[in-house]
Design a protein. Structure first.
Length: 305
């Protein structure tokens, strides 16, 4: 069942088109990774889904309801964590968590305390004393303690240390096991790769790839390190071979997925001594999409999307 469905969503700010015909679907029990560099349109898309911005064209629905006209009803079953959390400075973290939970109707104290302990949060401190990481923890505890059906997480681990990132990942996977849906916008590609069932890549306001990791990996290259009994002639001239370099008396290189079979047959003629293979990663896929795109992928971390 589709929990989130955006169809040809377009958003213009004057003459500037921030989003151009975005299509996005999140199924029940699915973790959807939404990735792209700064300014690509991630946060604009999320604000439309949250009912904060109105789309110029297209249709977006959550739980089958219109995200703009039915926003109040949708938010009863939705939890949102932004990348930079602002809290009331004179309230304690615990008071903010209780306030957020009461907005949904009731406070499950046992569940709340469970997540406060997992995220190692001191709920008795005033929010003005919290670091950025602790402000993120307040929002994450409030979200996971709510038992929402959909989690929209926009750079949620910004400011967290590696140990807390791991706790966050465990909580996301537990939500999935409970049949919840997650839309995760993240610049931490290893996090997306570990958690997500499906990935959508957005660039300059357009979705350029969507699919499962296995479906997208046909676009990426496998890294090989080989050592052979005889020298391999003209390896760099073989179709699909890239970035050839000598390494420890052998060669390291990348091979396009569609050329892997032929390259392996060619290389094996010369007597394989060792062969190491590294599968393509989401980072490889992401970087390839920005090769020659005139846009630096190094600006992908954090910030406005």
């Amino acid at each position: 069942m589709e929990i989130v469905k955006a169809t040809n969503v377009t958003k213009r700010f004057g003459a500037f088109t921030a989003l151009n015909r975005i299509n996005l679907e999140v199924q029940r029990g699915e973790i959807y990774g939404f990735i792209g560099p700064n300014g690509a349109g991630k946060s604009t898309t999320i604000r439309i889904l949250l009912g904060i911005l109105k789309a110029s064209e297209g249709e977006a629905k959550i739980f089958g309801k219109d995200v703009w006209s039915d926003a109040v009803e949708i938010h009863k079953h939705l939890a949102y964590v932004p990348g930079d959390v602002s809290l009331w400075p004179n309230l304690t973290g615990g008071e903010v968590i209780d306030l957020f939970m009461k907005l949904r109707g009731s406070v499950d104290k046992k569940r709340r305390d469970h997540f406060i302990e997992r995220f190692k949060l001191d709920p008795s401190k005033k929010c003005r004393t919290y670091s950025k990481g602790n402000r993120q923890k307040v929002a994450l505890v409030a979200a996971f303690a709510s038992g929402a059906d959909l989690y929209i997480l926009d750079e949620p681990t910004s400011g967290l240390d590696p140990l807390m990132e791991r706790v966050f990942q465990e909580c996301v996977l537990e939500a999935k096991e409970a049949g919840k849906s997650v839309l995760l916008s993240s610049h931490i590609l290893s996090e997306v790769e570990r958690l997500c069932d499906k990935v959508g890549i957005i660039r300059q306001g357009e979705m350029i790839e969507t699919g499962t990791l296995d479906e997208l990996r046909h676009l990426t290259r496998t890294t090989l390190v080989v050592k052979t009994k005889q020298p391999i002639p003209a390896l760099q001239e073989q179709k699909g071979v890239h970035d050839l370099a000598e390494k420890n008396g052998g060669f390291s290189f990348q091979v396009d997925a569609e050329s892997l079979d032929e390259v392996m047959k060619y290389v094996s003629q010369y007597g394989l001594i060792t062969l190491e293979s590294a599968p393509p990663t989401l980072e490889d896929l992401f970087m390839r999409h920005y090769e020659g795109a005139g846009q630096s992928p190094t600006s992908q971390a954090g910030g406005e999307g």
